[in-house]
Design a protein around this ligand. Structure first.
Ligand SMILES: Cc1cc2nc3c(=O)[nH]c(=O)nc-3n(C[C@H](O)[C@H](O)[C@H](O)COP(=O)(O)OP(=O)(O)OC[C@H]3O[C@@H](n4cnc5c(N)ncnc54)[C@H](O)[C@@H]3O)c2cc1C
Length: 407
């Protein structure tokens, strides 16, 4: 594994940092307080190429690799989790699933506008009665000639009220055994008759981001919007999660960095007992742990990104990176609040927002408990990653930056 990131990737990272420092930093505390998603953010991220950062230029993307995607997510979440969530659902869970499983016609029709930021993608797996237990989901997709009729309700959908295209997993076969073999994946457009969406209010964190529900009542989805084959919905969902989790892992790493940076600043400024608090051993211990967690989290997502670039399966490594980074971002945020004393308890400093924002990622894209079970099963030899009919393509310079001709 090569740890040298190279000038091009770092340039993309700097571009994102300049964008968030200039255009988001002055407003984010207010957006969070008012629980408001600024409508200008998505178009602006599209304009800057962030929404298509690691997609091939032939499909409208910027042609960067998966490591650059990780750097971008780190930088976005260093500012606010809501920004990284956009990348997790639009890029990780939706666009990369289209790149992996879509046919050429779907990539041109559906992926290209998303890569250009003209349309936004989201991911609909969770339901009111089914989260971790994906095979228990109840939304249905009944075949009707050259179309499917979709019914059901999806909950906790990030960007529910913003997205144009939803990757929906629904049950085409209610009798299938095992149950997950009865699932298929579809692209549902917001403007299809029978689609309604709404926001969920009163969230603990990610308040500057949109999280909501998507209801489908007799929605007619043409066959050409089915992603993969009938019965591949579960595999598509799990591989989409491999990509989403990668963005969550790198993003949470950025949150640990934000906690460390805020804590270092405060430790140098705040004085007690005649010296900066950073001189006290127990304060130093917090800083040392945050540094350790940051470095470990970063190495883990870099490992996953490196495997992705080479086209190697990385479910175990990505899951480990996601579990480690998210659990430790909560720890880092708790320590950062503690280090700030009473000021950490107020919104005068950003660390209370970091703490509220950090918690969600230990729940979505596999709870920490589910990740522990998975890691134990890998270690025990009870779980193995099998080859998929469609793998996420390795990053290849000729293809990624090549001409817009059929591959
Ligand atoms: C902010 C936010 C954004 C989200 N965005 C999306 C999105 O864009 N799209 C989407 O589809 N979903 C999204 N989700 C939903 C998320 O993926 C689910 O909440 C998650 O999968 C957990 O499901 P659940 O909430 O139903 O919890 P449950 O599955 O009901 O779990 C409840 C508790 O039981 C534990 N548990 C369950 N099963 C086991 C087991 N076998 N062993 C041990 N413990 C277990 C869990 O770890 C958890 O602690 C989002 C959630 C949040 C909070």
């Amino acid at each position: 594994m090569v740890l040298e990131l190279g000038e091009e990737r770092l340039q993309a990272q700097r571009m994102v940092r300049e964008f968030v420092d200039r255009e988001v930093a002055p407003h984010i505390a207010e957006w969070d307080r008012e629980q408001r998603t600024d409508p200008i953010l998505l178009p602006r991220m599209g304009e800057l190429g962030i929404l298509g950062i690691c997609l091939p230029t032939r499909f409208g993307g910027q042609g960067y690799d998966y490591l650059t995607l990780g750097l971008v997510c780190e930088e976005l979440e260093r500012m606010d989790t809501s920004l990284r969530v956009i990348m997790s659902v639009h890029m990780g869970l939706n666009s990369l699933a289209l790149l992996q499983w879509g046919n050429d016609e779907q990539k041109r029709r559906l992926l290209k506008p998303q890569a250009l930021g003209e349309q936004v993608g989201a991911f609909c797996l969770t339901e009111p009665g089914a989260g971790s237990d994906v095979a228990a989901l109840r939304a249905t997709a009944r075949r009707d000639g050259d179309a499917y009729v979709l019914n059901g309700e999806k909950m906790w959908v990030s960007l529910a009220t913003r997205a144009d295209n939803f990757l929906v997993v629904a049950r085409h076969d209610t009798e299938a055994q095992p149950a997950h073999m009865g699932l298929s994946a579809f692209i549902v457009n917001r403007d299809m008759v029978g689609v309604t969406t709404g926001d969920i209010h009163g969230k603990l964190g990610i308040r500057a981001g949109s999280t909501g529900w998507v209801a489908m009542q007799d929605v007619l989805v043409p066959l050409r919007n089915r992603l993969g084959e009938e019965g591949e919905g579960f595999k598509i969902a799990m591989s989409a999660l491999d990509n989403g989790r990668y963005t969550v892992a790198s993003g949470a790493t950025g949150l640990i960095r934000a906690c460390l940076e805020a804590s270092l600043r405060y430790a140098r400024e705040r004085r007690s007992f005649g010296q900066p608090i950073g001189q006290h051993q127990l304060v130093k211990q917090k800083l040392a742990y945050m540094q350790q967690w940051y470095d470990c989290a970063r190495l883990l997502w870099l490992q996953a990104g490196w495997l992705k670039n080479r086209g190697q399966r990385n479910s175990r490594e990505t899951g480990l990176a996601k579990w480690y980074a998210t659990d430790h971002s909560v720890k880092a945020a708790l320590e950062a609040v503690q280090l700030h004393g009473a000021y950490g308890f107020s919104d005068e400093f950003p660390v209370e927002r970091y703490l509220r924002n950090s918690k969600g990622a230990t729940i979505y894209e596999g709870t920490s408990e589910i990740h522990q079970l998975m890691q134990a099963d890998y270690a025990l030899g009870l779980r193995k990653d099998r080859t998929l009919r469609c793998e996420l393509p390795a990053w290849d310079e000729d293809f990624w930056l090549g001409d817009d001709v059929a591959p």
